[in-house]
Design a protein around this ligand. Sequence first.
Ligand code: UDP
Ligand code: MG
Length: 261
Amino acid sequence: MTNPYIAIIVPTYNHEKFIGRCLRSLLNQTFARDKYEIIVVDDGSTDTTMAAIAAANQRNPHVRCISLSRNFGKEAALSAGLDHARGQAVVPMDVDLQDPPEVLGEMVAKWRAGYDTIYGVRRNRASDSLPKRLSADLYYKAHNLLSADKIPDHAGDFRLLDRRVVDVLRALPERNRFMKGLFAWSGFKQTSVEYDRAERTLGETKFKPWKLWTLAIDGITSSSTVPLRIWTYVGATIALMSFIYAFIIIAKVLVFGIAVP
Ligand code: UDP
Ligand code: MG
């Protein structure tokens, strides 16, 4: 692999002010000396995101764009990016530089050493608010308890995926995709690199609590059949109790007749 072709996927939603900075920072990394492409996925932004991507593409044709017709959410934006990425290695990363581009060198080195997935693990979550940290911890615990596909602690979507992994993910029939669950399911030879997650200095999170909650429910229901089984048992128990009660009523009428109301 002397001439690797690396594709970076950057899902972006109303984060216009980060695009220039993100691209500059990416192009300073060593991978940019090889063949590369940076696919910015505009997830239905209503600000000047599209104009910023178009301008970046004018300056550097390695910067490509996918424009979604409305806001579909980060999972869909990532899927669209994976479908169009041409790299032998593909790296999804956030536009707000919370996933530090400096870690890419270490990821590429481990990829060259033979790993298929190299996921970033946050050394600390100090950049997240306490409620976000607590709810994330609780969520990962619940997910890993219920699902056989374990999501590693403190890992997000930031990771390097070999072409083999990307092809497997693309072949999945899922429409509503929970990427962290699918990454965990995919298998292959995995390792991690640690990084310090940058403060969210300028941008604010685009994940409102309700969006996060929906993502959490999607995550669990798409990676585990336990909730489905629980409701099967609840349903069966209620049905059984109803049958027993009906039998008691019929037996009472047969034995004692109908009571005068
Ligand atoms: N994002 C997206 N669609 C959305 C929400 C977010 O593509 O509906 C992108 C966003 O532009 C960023 C990444 O997903 O590149 C992570 O979002 P954000 O930084 O808001 O989340 P957090 O910092 O809370 O993880
Ligand atoms: Mg962020």
